[in-house]
Design a binder for this molecule. Sequence first.
Ligand SMILES: [Zn+2]
Length: 265
Amino acid sequence: MSDEAETATDSAGGECDPRWGLCVCPGCPLLGTLGRGGEWVCFCHFDADWGARDFVTAVIRRHFAVYRAVLDVRRGFVSERWPQAYREAQQRLIESGYADLLPDARDVSPYRPGHPIVQQWLARLERFLRDAVRAALRERMADAAANSSIAKRPPPSSRDCVARMRATLAPLAHRAPSAKWAFDLLDGIAARPANAPSPEAVRIALDAISSPAGRAYIANATDEQRGRWRAALGIIGGGAAGLIPSRVPGEDDEPVEVGVQHDPV
Ligand SMILES: [Zn+2]
């Protein structure tokens, strides 16, 4: 592969480990120029989290023209093939869209105008790679933090949701349920016995009438109402009429006046 580091040779000129002299991190194309924990690493891996080393390597490899220029400068600028390597490095930078990284006035010594200092240019190339790696690591950390906060977010059925639901229902909790509709239905039956509602409607009405709300409604009813409802329940049949007591307070009834006539059911 063209972007693989060239095979290094040892001082005796013989072939040796192809990664000799390179950063110890697997796949990293840069030279190991800094010591870290007894190993030689590149300037990008030097202060990066060890667990992110493959990620760092991938970021470096995204910038082939730049790291090749770094390698060319570090390896070649004192050799006789330097003029050619220098031209090729610039060509690659231009073709890959890194024209801003070409040697220019920023690399020129104030003492030698017009002559870029190669080490200064190298520093700028390396700074570009280091900044790219740091920016990518920051982005990765931000993504990880965002993902973990999403993971920690409670599901919709959690406490917040229940609290919201309670707040919505709170006003309703103070409203006493009314069984008035069931007694309206009885009034209708009493008024028009021939137009009896469906058995299902009657069943639901009887449930409402025998509920605590129904008994409370009965407790507050007049004798005339009770008589009418008993008549309706008689039309419905069965033991339904027994649901409407005369003014006999039951366990769930509202307190009633003392001394009221008790009719037998
Ligand atoms: Zn490295």
